[in-house]
Design a protein around this ligand. Structure first.
Ligand SMILES: NC(=O)c1ccc[n+]([C@@H]2O[C@H](COP(=O)([O-])OP(=O)(O)OC[C@H]3O[C@@H](n4cnc5c(N)ncnc54)[C@H](OP(=O)(O)O)[C@@H]3O)[C@@H](O)[C@H]2O)c1
Length: 266
């Protein structure tokens, strides 16, 4: 698959690395453009891909054109490449909050996919929710699923509204978990554990619990009850979390992120 990347930063690099790892493309199939010459040089050195002198130059021959710039740079990119895309090319945007309609009109191109990946995509363990305009063909949907699936799991949705919801859950979700992990590490140190042991315990507990939840296939509430014997240590801790309205607080946090995602998307 021939792929053009507009933007070779954190996510562009992660996607590039993932498609090469999965042999979806060879380095010769990939062109990247970026405003940072140093970043392009680094990508060329690391992956042997072609770097383009400008955004329009990167487009030629790409089956898929991936937009991986920050939201505030999209207008510039659309001004540069708008009207230059050929019928048959698929645009795949991972730009947070930018709607299919904005992309379609700004680019003068109908075949557009909008995706919301998350940070673990950088190690191939992300989850991406994506949607597409009705002009995206079956073959192009398969291409989009392959590129996004190279970064972890992917979930196609028909309703674009789900992308703002996913932004509040899986997009911002890693930050919620990092905060939880920071707090648990700090609490562990407070009761006397050395920091290095506390870090390892927290990390392994989170990874192990998530994998256990997936492999056991059980309901989360059942798994929680399995760890909680009446009058025991876990029950004592969960009582405190309940008094502090832990679940309600998280609900408010996700609602705030969802409101913000919709506000940013206009
Ligand atoms: N990071 C995540 O986990 C994550 C998750 C979901 C979605 N996203 C979305 O992914 C997109 C990229 O995020 P990122 O973290 O990869 O950002 P990033 O590291 O800043 O990468 C963007 C790259 O695009 C370059 N750029 C800026 N303006 C450009 C232009 N006009 N033409 C070509 N290249 C240009 C930037 O150069 P300069 O740095 O010199 O400006 C930078 O190298 C964002 O829209 C974000 O919403 C990211």
């Amino acid at each position: 698959m021939k792929i053009a990347f507009i933007g070779g930063g954190n996510m562009g690099r992660a996607m590039l690395s993932a498609v090469l790892d999965r042999n979806l493309s060879t380095p010769g199939d990939i062109a990247v453009s970026d405003v940072s010459a140093a970043r392009l040089k680094q990508l060329e050195r690391e992956f042997g891909i072609r770097t383009a002198g400008s955004n329009p130059d990167a487009l030629s021959g790409g089956d898929v054109v991936i937009l991986a710039v920050k939201p505030q740079n999209l207008a510039d990119v659309m001004a540069e490449i708008g009207g230059l895309l050929e019928t048959g090319q698929l645009v795949l945007s991972i730009i947070a909050g930018k709607k299919l309609d904005t992309l379609r009109h700004g680019l003068g191109h109908d075949a557009v996919v909008r995706a919301m990946p998350n940070t673990p995509a950088q190690i191939g363990r992300g989850v991406t929710v994506w949607t597409a305009t009705s002009q995206v063909s079956g073959k192009q949907q398969t291409q989009a699923a392959a590129v996004l699936g190279a970064m972890g799991s992917e979930i196609y949705v028909v309703d674009e509204g789900y992308l703002d919801m996913a932004t509040a859950v899986s997009g911002s979700g890693p930050a919620y978990l990092f905060l939880f992990m920071e707090a648990l590490t700090s609490a562990a140190v407070d009761i006397g554990l050395p920091l290095d042991i506390a870090r390892e315990l927290v990390l392994e507990t989170v990874i192990g619990s998530a994998e256990f939840a997936r492999k056991s296939g059980g309901e989360l509430v059942g798994l929680r009850k399995m760890v909680t014997s009446s009058g025991g240590t876990t029950a004592a801790a969960l009582d405190v979390l309940e008094q502090g309205r832990f679940a309600g607080l998280l609900k408010n946090a996700v609602a705030a992120a969802y409101d913000k995602a919709r506000e940013l998307g206009g």
